[in-house]
Design a protein around this ligand. Sequence first.
Ligand SMILES: [Zn+2]
Ligand SMILES: [Zn+2]
Length: 584
Amino acid sequence: MRFPQSDTENRRRHTASHIMTYAVKMLRPDVHLGVGPWTDSGFYQDYDFGGSPLSEHDFKDIQKKMRWIINKNFAVVQQDVSEEHARAHFAGDPYKQELIDGILARGLALSFYHFQNDAGQNVYSDLCAGPHLSYTGDVGAFELTKIAGAYWRGDEKLAQLTRIYGVAFATEELLSEYHHFIAEAAKRDHRRLGQELGLFTFSDLVGPGLPLFTPKGTFIRRKIQDTIMALSSAEGYTEVCIPHLAQPDLYKTSGHWEKFSDDLFHVRGKNDAAFVMKPMNCPHHTQVYASQMRSYRDLPQRYMETTMVYRDEKHGELSGLSRVRSITQDDAHVFCRLSQVKDESQRIVRIIEQFYARIGMWEKENFWVSLSVRDPKTLEKYLGGEENWSTAERFLEEVCQEAALPYKRIEGEAAFYGPKLDFMFYDSLQRERQLSTIQIDFVQPERFGLEYTAEDGTKERPVMIHRAIAGSLERFMSVMIEHFAGAFPAWLSPVQCVVLPVNPAHDAAANALMERLRQRGVRAELWDTSETLGKRVRNAQTEKLPYSIVLGDTEAASGQLTVRAYGQETEQTISFDEFCEVLQ
Ligand SMILES: [Zn+2]
Ligand SMILES: [Zn+2]
């Protein structure tokens, strides 16, 4: 589901968060409070319960009190307070004192929000900049959803707090839509489906965050990779191949050493020679460019590669294929002149369009594009020169306009090294997934001293474009498994159809059909009669195979095929050629 986004919804979420805290304080008056913001989908609040935290078993009690607070319809009233007042109110709460320090350090006013009863008395007060709804009764439908550990200020060396999450909606209908969404998301969870469909696995011996792909999972990966490679070569990309190790100097030159130091896997060679596993491919690719003298006639140089990078993600943050330590990127880098940035970006947009059209996600209501540009108030923090920046920003905007992409220009979202386009897709549950990206980079070419000879013989600096179509193959697979609920379209399925002879008398006809299917490039399996036909038909549904072909007397005689598509109740009779065409 797409969670409604608006000022009112943010107010609703934040008001609900305070209602939760008031309710929690009724149960645990001594609780100390960490942060409690609203999010795009709900709200949360961090609590320090001392030694004995509340648990999900307490949700019923908290929600009962929350309902009472809503029914009381307290007025929500803002008041600026003095430092003395704020500190006294939260005497003994070290987190609030620290938050007060922070607000004062930024020169901001200390703002309280009170819940007031009809007599104008404050029944509950909290430090908050707002905004909120006017009355607690305006909140509508709400629910507490989960509880988790969280560190104060996100720092694992600091105190561990208890974070309670919730959702709030204007109506009960939206809340029940949310329930449906949660149930559907659980059914589609790629960690469960990936196991059931036998696509990938993890091994304690290999280690956490290092997925192993089975033949079926590898087939899907390969299909995605080949599709992107084919679309890219049509736009003039050629493949390169780089080792998975490099000396630290590569990343010291690129500037990634500092930024990635925490995520790098270090490797020691003979005599203690130091290497790291590559956390990205860009620096290696600059060295392919730098291997020759380049003239303006050689540009653009377009290098693509599907290859793994390695990042030492925190153990606690690893999750299925969504967050892994071995990440396969469908990576490419273009080295070109500033004047070529528009054409190159258009080429990449064409690849993205064709690829997502095949996936079935390229409808205007199914994606949007974020155009990240500079924050006009802090132009000094962006490297690469005014002309480069303003030209590239204009080019990217023109690319969006000319391709009629649904885009939003977002100021301040650009990286310090260049503007970018991010493609955000909605999956079948309407969850937003950031997948493709086109990132302009003025800084890497500078750091590596890349150049080319211009028409007049002078040396010029190329611009670098980073692009990814699927993002990482691991995360993309997790998104696709959940998007299709494991029922992949036939072109992406490792097995496209099963042939099911009704009884042993049809084995010969089934074998002959298998032979013909194979010759037409159809990926088919023959399931023999050791199981009943009913059982085999059900198994084909469980394995979410696109098509099952039942072969009995009628079919053997007529040469026609009786085909059932996945998820369909009825069968249809079509000719062999028609069926092969459907698959193509
Ligand atoms: Zn608030
Ligand atoms: Zn890159």
